[in-house]
Design a protein. Structure first.
Length: 1121
């Protein structure tokens, strides 16, 4: 095949109906990149002999070394089917969980995907994850069952066994699809139900729904994978073959004389053929009839493999001639059977043909984008499409039309930014010289040579044209040097550009509507941009040039730089890109951080944020080896942040630069990038920083030796009292029930706070709804400030009540009575998994917006002081007393809030002040008087003069005192309860063969892992183990498993949840039994204490550690000395 010229690609880009934007998705190592190689080789970009070996899309060195893909990258391919020509924009994605964010960036800009499944391993955890991602993005999948050769060569299945095995895999993957579909239908139905409850008599008459559209009536047959639907292909990418049943249906309809349509329906399934009668019948197991798929397809492939592996030359020749193939002499003689197989099969059943035909037939073109997908892309957060302004809604038509006229708005989505070497950019590449340039160069070289000769002879330069053959012969020797100099002088411009272009970024994007042109001016809409705000600020039909627009938050105006055709490792320059294509855009690095929406109209909303499956959890602190290189590191980290969709960079209050990554492999890649690409300096990396959460729990009923508490005698009372004393200083009242009462330093306000552990389900609900909580807080604060109250959309209101209902459902019992209504704030950062409850009677306030919150006069009066209390709570939940980590699952109840003194002072002071108004300031009262003056401003006046210096006394401003007191009260309230640490947990999926199972368990248990489930994969000797493992114990886990099992098992780790560590970090023996069991020092291993002390040590906090008090000298038994 010929290499397609750029012109051809440009021409194909214009025919939107024949474009397919697809990505290849699968579990790690199921053969995505190998399959991509096969497809690329069909375009002649790489040789077919190297397909599968080269892994062309893995362009990074570490990808090649590790053998895994780490980024998604695109390539444009040309495919001809009959008379029709297609442009296929293919994106290869990584399968490793650490890089799942790269999958998200790929699915967003595609219309369809190829799900690859390893025929031996079947459906794996990442297969489920990618299927879900495809589903969430509303893109259509087709299935490739790869590595069929392993069934023959490794598992040594008979064709019949292989058929059952394949059937099984299809069932599994269809079960997954079914589950996704059902949950979606049910969700939609639930949504409709709530909507119709909200407005039972829909005035507009639009919201009449078909109630009968239940699950039973929804046709979902097109969603499932089945060879007879044409959306499944069986392949062996490594051997270069693949087929769908259509291929065989065509062959056998000619051969046997049964209609192709009939064969298409029966080639897959339990049908057999009665050759004599030329009839297809249902398989009757008892008669031992083979299904058609086995008899007509698999057996042929099996016999070919059999012949080649047994080196049965005669049989091979027979097969080759019967198939009408021609095998090159070199392949036929080759001793490696793999070469022979791939030579025969790639001609007989070319894989690219099978896969690309399916893609073109079954996957949609950009024109087929569904209304559902468009609406979903346009509605960020809890917005609904109907609530968008009409100008914005009008853009839906542009999306659906995908038009290229000049009037069509240009809409582009940038899903990630990737760094390219400046040298790799087409404009910086040395281009082939034209004939004229070559002639010119020769001329100059000749001249120089002549000058040199002349100088050597001390003569004037000869006329070069007059010089005959002599210089000509010498020229050959000189030419290379001349050329080198020429290259330098011919490309003077790119050099300085390269200097400042070190991290040249190209945006990975897709045009959804209109034509993207180089140099076009366009709006860049950040994820928080709101078209509503723009339309409010700027009058409709604004005519000013966009440069003069008033500043609108999260919007910028920029020029599209160079446009590129993405060709795997290469980029090709383009002038313009028509709608529906995937492209690279230069010149956006100053405008786009990670992703953005570009549109020629400001009424466009930003696309919904990409949906990332993995949470960044592994963090390390980095610093330069040489402190003077700090600026390089800072710059490098910034570039890294831009180049990776999911890495996070933080600068902690300690000044440490912290890198947060999705896992160990991701961390390694980020560090490599930082060292070699972005910072280009040596860096030192800390041990991984493991996050913890702090919480409290109910007092235990039994002690550490499982004896009921209360029944035994306390012996080690000394420990207990000593500890209590150190925790709670004097002057703080603590009642037996854990209520802590604290007074501000100026003695004017007294707060009583109690801490209670929240039920686990409630913590979970809070975690899941953090976005909603954030919007509740925003709403309430704008309500309190008297801003527009009408803006609460019905749907958000609905969600809020639903959330509240859920909390009420789980917070039942006497001690939680009315608590939900009294919730005042969530923390930390106003959206975390901790609650502040206000039980004080004088002042009632809650987070719930709407009529439930009493916006009385009283409330406004107390609001400023209330804000200080909430701030104190926020600070307390941000860092707990154990090791300054955030809290989780704690409810603080503000039982009493005594401000009577404050008000008293206020009232008396009012009178005082009226009298003392006449007295001049110069008269210094005694210190005490002054102190009272400072903080006893009349209340109303105080609010009026907010922020004035007169509010402060020697303890600082009153609001500050309140914040500090609230924070301290919360901390003490925590400390009087049994405190616990919470550890971040990974779920860990391991596939291993039976014989290494024991070793896997050994490693798991050594690292505190807990096995949840173990099941055998049907038809194989593989076991799937599901376990949970603390993140703290996970470093080096994957390597250890791989080493211990000689590479036969490899785990997938994904952050899953927080789990309480049962042991008490402050535990000391207190009862006689414990004392007997653990000894006085109790220095046996305490996991929680170990973690806590490690964190404290890292943060430079005081660590109370046991020192060996009475060490005995060790003696050898022989007593020689
Ligand atoms: N036997 C056999 N091996 C295959 C086949 N296809 C791929 N492989 C091998 O499987 C391994 C993984 O292939 P890749 O193509 O790198 O897999 P991938 O899905 O791209 O992996 P990630 O990108 O890391 O997720 C390589 O060693 C391939 O040689 C196949 O059809 N048969
Ligand atoms: Mg790959």
């Amino acid at each position: 095949m010929v290499l397609n010229s750029l012109d051809k690609m440009i021409q194909l880009q214009k025919n939107t109906a024949k474009i397919r934007n697809i990505c290849v998705l699968a579990h790690v190592d199921h053969g995505k990149t190998t399959l991509a190689d096969c497809l690329i080789s069909s375009n002649g970009i790489i040789s077919s002999r190297l397909a599968g070996k080269l892994r062309y899309m893995d362009s990074r060195e570490d990808e090649q070394i590790r053998g895994i893909t780490m980024k998604s990258s695109a390539i444009s391919l040309h495919y001809t089917k009959g008379t029709e020509e297609y442009l296929i924009n293919l994106i290869d994605s990584p399968g490793h969980v650490d890089f799942s964010s790269e999958v998200s960036t790929a699915v967003r800009i595609c219309d369809g995907c190829i799900i690859v499944v390893d025929a031996v391993e079947g459906v794996c955890p990442q297969t489920q994850a990618v299927l879900r991602q495809a589903w969430l993005e509303n893109i259509r999948p087709v299935l490739v069952i790869n590595k069929i050769d392993r069934l023959i060569v490794e598992l040594k299945f008979t064709p019949q066994e292989a058929y059952s095995h394949l059937k099984n895999i299809l069932e599994q993957i269809n079960a997954l699809t079914g589950a996704l579909f059902t949950s979606k239908v049910l969700e939609e139905r639930a949504e409709r139900e709530t909507e119709s409850q909200v407005n039972p008599s829909s005035e507009q008459g639009e919201q009449v729904y078909d109630w009968s559209a239940g699950l039973e009536d929804t046709d979902d047959s097109h969603l499932y994978f089945s060879p007879d639907q044409g959306n499944v292909v069986f392949t062996s990418a490594i051997d270069g073959w693949g087929f769908g049943i259509e291929h065989f249906a065509k062959i056998y309809s000619e051969k046997i004389g049964i209609k192709k349509e009939v064969l298409l329906k029966t080639l897959w399934g339990d049908y057999y053929i009665n050759m004599k009668a030329k009839k297809i019948m249902k398989v009757d197991q008892a008669k031992g009839k083979k299904p058609l798929f086995v008899q007509l397809i698999l057996e042929n492939i099996w016999s070919l493999y059999d012949a080649v592996l047994k080196k049965d030359k005669e049989k091979i020749d027979k097969i080759v001639t019967s198939l009408g193939l021609k095998i090159g002499a070199r392949e036929a003689r080759h001793s490696d059977p793999k070469v022979q197989i791939s030579a025969v099969c790639s001609q007989w059943l070319p894989i690219s043909q099978a896969v690309l035909a399916m893609v073109c037939q079954k996957l949609p073109s950009p024109l087929d984008i569904t209304a559902e997908r468009v609406e979903k892309l346009m509605c960020t957060g809890s917005q609904t499409f109907d609530s968008l302004p009409p100008e914005t809604q009008a853009l839906k038509a542009a999306f659906m039309k995908c038009g290229s006229e000049d009037t069509a708005p240009v809409i582009i989505f940038v899903s990630k930014m990737f760094a390219v070497d400046a040298k790799a950019l087409p404009q910086n590449k040395p281009r082939p010289l034209t004939q004229e340039e070559i002639a010119q160069r020769r001329e100059r070289a000749r001249q120089r040579h002549a000058e040199k000769l002349a100088a050597a002879q001390g003569q004037a330069p000869l006329e070069p044209t007059q010089d005959g053959s002599a210089p000509e012969t010498n020229l050959k020797g000189e030419e290379p040097r001349g050329d080198e100099e020429q290259v330098e002088s011919m490309t003077p411009k790119p050099m300085p550009q390269e200097e400042n272009n070190q991290g040249s970024f190209v945006a990975f994007a897709r045009v959804f509507s209109g034509v993207a042109r180089r140099g076009k001016k366009i709006f860049v809409l950040g994820p928080k941009y709101s078209p509503v705000e723009f339309l409010q600020r700027v009058p409709l039909g604004f005519s000013a040039p966009p440069d003069d627009l008033p500043p609108v938050p999260h919007m910028a105006y920029c020029t599209l730089g160079n446009l590129y055709l993405l060709m795997g490792r290469d980029l090709e320059d383009l002038e313009e890109v028509p709608p529906g294509n995937v492209l690279g855009i230069g010149g956006l690095q100053d405008f786009v951080l990670k992703s953005a929406t570009l549109c020629s109209l400001p009424s466009c909303p930003p696309f919904i944020p990409l949906n990332f499956e993995a949470t960044p959890i592994v963090r390390v602190a980095v610093e330069p080896k040489h402190p003077s290189e700090m600026p390089h590191l800072v710059k490098g980290m910034k570039l890294l942040n831009q180049a990776d969709p999911c890495v996070q960079i933080l600068i902690q209050e300690t000044g440490e630069h912290v890198l947060v990554t999705a896992g160990e492999v991701h961390l390694q890649r980020c560090l490599d990038d930082l060292r070699e690409r972005f910072a280009k300096i040596e860096i030192s990396v800390s041990e991984p920083i493991i996050p913890f959460r702090e919480t409290i729990t109910k007092p235990p009923k039994v002690d550490m030796v499982n004896e009921e508490i209360g029944k035994q005698q306390k012996v080690a009372v000394i420990h207990q009292t000593k500890e209590d004393q150190s925790k709670i200083p004097e002057g703080i009242q603590v009642d037996s029930d854990g209520l802590v009462t604290l007074t501000t330093p100026n003695k004017l306000a007294t707060l009583s706070v109690r801490a209670m552990p929240l039920p686990e389900e409630v913590t979970q609900i809070l975690e899941e709804n953090s976005d909603l909580i954030r919007s509740i807080e925003q709403l309430t604060s704008s309500l309190n400030e008297g801003r527009n109250t009408q803006m609460i959309h019905q749907k958000i209101q609905e969600k809020i009540w639903e959330f509240k209902g859920k909390l009420e459902q789980h917070l039942t019992g006497r001690k939680w009575r009315n608590v939900v209504d009294q919730i005042w704030s969530f923390g930390p950062r106003k959206c975390g998994p901790n609650i502040l409850v206000n039980k004080s009677e004088d002042f009632q306030n809650s987070v719930w917006p709407g009529p439930a919150s009493k916006a009385s006069k009283e409330a406004t009066k107390y609001r400023d002081l209330g804000n200080s209390i909430v701030s104190g709570f926020q600070l307390a939940t941000l860092s707990g007393p154990m090791c300054e980590e955030p809290l989780m699952g704690v409810c603080f109840v503000l039982e009493k809030w005594d401000l009577s003194k404050f008000e008293e002072q206020g009232a008396t002071d009012k009178q005082n002040q009226e009298q003392s108004d006449l007295v001049k300031e110069g008269q210094m009262g005694d210190e005490k008087q002054e102190l009272q003056d400072g903080c006893s401003e009349p209340f109303e006046k105080r609010t009026a003069q907010k922020g004035e210096a007169s509010l402060s006394d020697c303890y600082g401003p009153f609001s500050g005192q309140l914040i500090a007191t609230m924070k301290e009260a919360c901390r003490y309230a925590l400390q009087v309860k049994p405190q616990r640490l919470m550890a971040a947990m990974y779920t860990c999926d391991i596939m291993a063969t039976g014989d290494v199972l024991g070793r896997v368990y050994a490693v798991l248990s050594k690292r505190e892992g807990r096995v949840l489930q173990e099941e055998m994969k049907e038809g194989t000797d593989m076991f799937i183990i599901k376990a949970v493992l603390p993140v703290a114990e996970s470093f080096g886990f994957a390597d250890e498993i791989r080493k211990r099992t000689s590479g036969l098992a490899s785990p997938q780790l994904v952050f899953s949840h927080w789990e309480m560590i049962p042991s008490d970090p402050f535990w000391v023996p207190t009862t006689e039994e414990e004392y007997l069991h653990f000894g006085e020092k109790a220095d046996s291993e305490n996991q929680a204490r170990k973690y806590m002390n490690a964190v404290r040590k890292r943060k430079g906090l005081y660590v109370e550690e046991k020192i060996v008090e009475h060490a005995e000298k060790q003696r050898t038994l022989s007593k020689n000395k």
